[in-house]
Ligand binder design. Structure first.
Ligand code: HEM
Length: 280
């Protein structure tokens, strides 16, 4: 049986790939940052708790980055990125495994207590279901598994969408009152889902990204307002209107929309415009 060469900076032909090396360095940077904070004792009074938060958030960033690969290829023609999807997905799994490991540490290694908490707290049950699903995806991310599983591989790996939703729901539930960050990420998720629609395939890329930005912004605003209204009975109209007040901060819907349109700058036409603007 041939074992995959997993050296991250090599392409399938076994040659050095600058793109893969750069991606690996970028993806590994948050782990190194976390390690440095822990070693230097700069992470705060409750290191396990802070590191649990860090790894949980980064898992979602990686999952969203993995989900962004296909739309970037379909709409912007960045075909080479597809080879990075597996690497990004494996980083997501590495982070979620660390997240769970840190939670076990936080519970002083008492596995019975961990199991009881997972069963009794719905947000942990949901997180655990997502963890098990991501473990199944990571375990079947190798060429041998892809060959052996055939069409079933695609079906299994399509689970990444519901698993990301479970991860987001876990984030909303543990955030309790301030759900601006989970709403931001959920908005981006909705924008990315829009870009997957076949109906958008023939649409000019800039227009597709603008539509995705609209969906991302509206979803982030709607989800935040709906969450507050459902949890606390707060008036959803006031929460929606708060997004138009820029005196304190830029609210998540605008950030979600800006993140969705940012790849427009990668389009050759806009890159050329930027280049001429900076040269003149
Ligand atoms: C795909 C699965 C999961 C994802 C994406 C995820 C993500 C997250 C995120 C984003 C946070 C919030 C970080 C912050 O507030 O800055 C979080 C918090 C947390 N997660 Fe997860 N998580 C997952 C699975 C799990 C599992 C399996 C457990 C343990 C059984 C767990 C336990 C916790 C705990 C204890 C917190 C902090 C809660 C608090 O401070 O009150 N998570 N998670």
């Amino acid at each position: 049986m041939k074992i995959d060469d997993l050296t991250p900076w090599k392409d399938r032909a076994g040659r050095f790939s600058a793109l893969r090396a750069a991606a690996f360095a970028l993806l590994a940077a948050p782990a190194l940052w976390l390690l440095a904070l822990l070693v230097l004792g700069r992470i705060g009074p409750e290191p396990e708790k802070a590191a649990t938060h860090f790894t949980g958030e980064w898992t979602l960033y990686f999952l969203l980055a993995a989900l962004a690969v296909s739309p970037l290829r379909a709409h912007l023609g960045y075909g080479r990125l597809i080879g990075l999807r597996r690497m990004i997905g494996l980083f997501a799994f590495g982070f979620i495994a660390a997240h769970f490991g840190l939670y076990i540490l936080y519970m002083n290694g008492d596995l019975l207590k961990v199991a009881t908490e997972v069963v009794n707290r719905v947000y942990l049950t949901i997180g655990f279901a997502a963890l098990l699903g991501l473990a199944a995806l990571a375990a079947t991310s190798f060429d041998g598994a892809i060959r052996r599983m055939g069409a079933n591989w695609r079906r299994l790996h399509a689970l990444v969408y519901p698993l990301t939703v479970l991860g987001l729901l876990h984030y909303f539930m543990q955030s309790k009152l301030d759900v601006s960050q989970p709403a931001l990420l959920a908005g981006i998720f909705c924008g990315l889902m829009l870009l997957r629609l076949r109906a958008l395939r023939g649409v000019p890329p800039a227009l597709a990204l603008l539509l995705a930005a609209l969906v991302a912004g509206v979803s982030a605003a709607g989800l935040e307002a709906a969450w507050h209204a459902g949890m606390t009975g707060a008036p959803w109209r006031r929460i929606l209107l708060a997004n138009l007040d820029f005196s304190f901060e830029v609210r998540p819907p605008w950030i979600a929309a800006a993140i969705m349109v940012a790849p427009i700058l990668l389009l050759p036409r806009y890159r050329q415009m930027l280049r001429s603007a900076t040269q003149s």
